[in-house]
Design a protein around this ligand. Structure first.
Ligand SMILES: O=C(O)C(=O)C[C@]1(C(=O)O)C=C[C@@H](O)C=C1
Length: 375
C-alpha cells in the first residue's frame, strides 16, 4: 500500500513542476531564437543567390524533411512515461510555433471548417499555421499554384470508400508537387445541439460517405429517422447547431467547433476507417531518409504493359505502397497509373527505376518525393 501523500508533499511536487516549467519555457524560448536565426540564414542565402544571378531563388521556410527527422528522433529517444507519439505531438506544436516566427504559413484545405481535412491540416502543420477553407479540391490546387497559399491539403484515399479520383485527376494537369502525407483515423459521432434529446431528432444529416460508413449502425439504432446527404459533415454540424431537430454525423473537430453534444460515439461500421491526405506545394522536398515517391505513368495499350511497368520495382526490391489506374483523358494515353513506392527520387536505385520506366512509357510525371507520415 502506498502512503497517502500529505499536503506538504503535494506542495513540494508542485514546486518541482513549477521549476521544471520554468526550465522548459526558457528552453522553448532559446529554441525559438534558433529558429529566428535559421530564418535569417535562409534569407541571406537567397539574397546571395539572387545577387549571383539566380532571379528565381526563393526562401523556403518550411522544411518537411527536417521536421520528419526531428519528430522521428523524438519518438526514438522517448523513455516514457508519456507515449512517443504524445511527446511528438507536443514538439509538432513547438515546431509549428517556431516556423510561424520565421514566416506564418497559409495552408489551403478542402473545407468547410470542422471537416477531417481541416483536422489533417492541423495534425500536419500544427496550430500556428493559418488554415484557409476552400470550397473544392480544384480551388485548393489553384490557391497553391497562384502562390496565394503556401501549401494545400487534399484527401486522396479512404480505406472503406477507395480513392478520391478528383484529387488524382488534378495532379495530371498541375505542376504542383506532393510534399507530405497525413493519415487520419476517421471516427464519426452522432451530434446534436446542446440539451437536445434523442426523442427530438427528426432528421440525420451527413456527407454521403459518412452516411455510407455508418449505414449498419443507423439501420440498427435509427431505422425510422430520415437521412439527408449534405455537402460535408462540417455543413451537417453547422445545420445541427442551428436546428434542434437535426442530428449530424461528424467528427470531434466539428463537435468542438459548433459546441455540439454527442448522442452516440464511434458509430462507424468499420473500426479501422482511415483517410489519407496529401500535402501539395510548389517545391521539391530533399530526402529525409524515410520517404515515399508518387509518379504518374502512362503506357501503351499492349499485352503485358502493367507487368513491364512493375517489373523494374520487383528487380530492384522496392516496395510499392499503392497503385491505381484512371481513365485516360487524351487520345494517346491508353492507361494512366498512379504508382507510389518507398524511396526518394534522389536515391540512385529509385532514379534507375524511373529512367527504365521512362523508356517504356508514353509519359512519366514525377509528383514528388516526400517524408512518410510520422504521426
Ligand atoms: O531547420 C529549419 O530549417 C527550420 O526552419 C527550423 C524548424 C524547427 O523549428 O525545427 C522550423 C521549421 C522548419 O519547417 C523545420 C524546422
Amino acid at each position: 500500500m502506498t502512503d497517502k501523500p500529505d499536503k506538504r508533499s503535494l506542495d513540494q511536487v508542485r514546486a518541482d513542476i513549477d521549476a521544471i516549467d520554468r526550465e522548459i519555457q526558457e528552453l522553448i524560448s532559446r529554441r525559438a531564437k534558433c529558429a529566428q536565426r535559421v530564418a535569417d540564414i535562409k534569407l541571406a542565402e537567397v539574397l546571395a543567390a539572387r545577387e549571383a544571378g539566380d532571379a528565381t531563388a526563393e526562401v523556403v521556410y518550411y522544411r518537411p524533411e527536417r521536421e520528419a527527422q526531428v519528430l522521428h528522433r523524438i519518438m526514438e529517444r522517448n523513455q516514457g512515461p508519456l507515449a512517443g507519439e504524445t511527446v511528438a505531438h507536443v514538439f509538432r506544436e513547438i515546431m509549428s510555433a517556431c516556423l510561424a516566427l520565421e514566416k506564418p504559413l497559409q495552408v489551403a484545405y478542402l473545407g468547410p471548417e470542422g471537416t477531417f481535412t481541416q483536422a489533417a491540416a492541423i495534425k500536419h502543420f500544427g496550430h500556428a499555421a493559418v488554415c484557409v477553407s476552400q470550397p473544392t479540391i480544384d480551388s485548393v490546387f489553384s490557391q497553391v499554384e497562384s502562390g496565394e497559399c503556401n501549401y494545400g491539403v487534399v484527401p486522396v484515399e479512404n480505406s472503406t470508400e477507395g480513392m478520391v479520383s478528383h484529387t488524382l485527376d488534378n495532379f495530371m494537369d498541375s505542376g504542383l508537387k506532393i510534399s507530405g502525407e497525413v493519415e487520419m483515423a476517421i471516427t464519426h459521432h452522432l451530434l446534436v445541439a446542446a440539451a437536445t434529446s434523442a426523442e427530438d431528432v427528426t432528421r440525420i444529416c451527413a456527407h454521403e460517405q459518412a452516411l455510407a460508413q455508418c449505414r449498419n449502425w443507423l439501420d440498427q439504432h435509427w431505422p425510422a429517422v430520415p437521412r439527408e446527404a449534405v455537402s460535408s459533415n462540417g455543413e451537417a454540424a453547422r445545420i445541427a447547431a442551428q436546428s434542434p431537430g437535426v442530428a449530424a454525423i461528424a467528427g470531434d473537430m466539428a463537435a468542438e467547433l459548433y459546441g455540439l453534444d454527442k448522442l452516440a460515439q464511434h458509430i462507424e461500421d468499420y473500426a479501422d476507417n482511415t483517410t489519407r491526405f496529401l500535402i501539395i506545394g510548389r517545391e521539391e522536398v530533399p530526402p529525409s531518409g524515410n520517404d515515399k515517391t508518387s509518379i504518374i505513368v502512362s503506357s501503351r495499350n499492349k499485352p503485358g504493359a502493367l507487368y513491364l511497368l512493375l517489373d523494374p520495382f520487383r528487380k530492384a526490391g522496392v516496395s510499392l505502397t499503392r497503385i491505381d489506374t484512371r481513365p485516360s483523358r487524351t487520345e494517346k494515353w491508353a492507361y494512366v497509373f498512379f504508382i507510389e513506392f518507398e524511396g526518394h527520387l534522389q536515391d540512385e536505385k529509385i532514379a534507375a527505376i524511373v529512367s527504365e520506366l521512362e523508356e517504356q512509357s508514353i509519359l512519366l510525371k514525377p509528383l514528388g518525393s516526400y517524408p512518410q507520415a510520422v504521426l
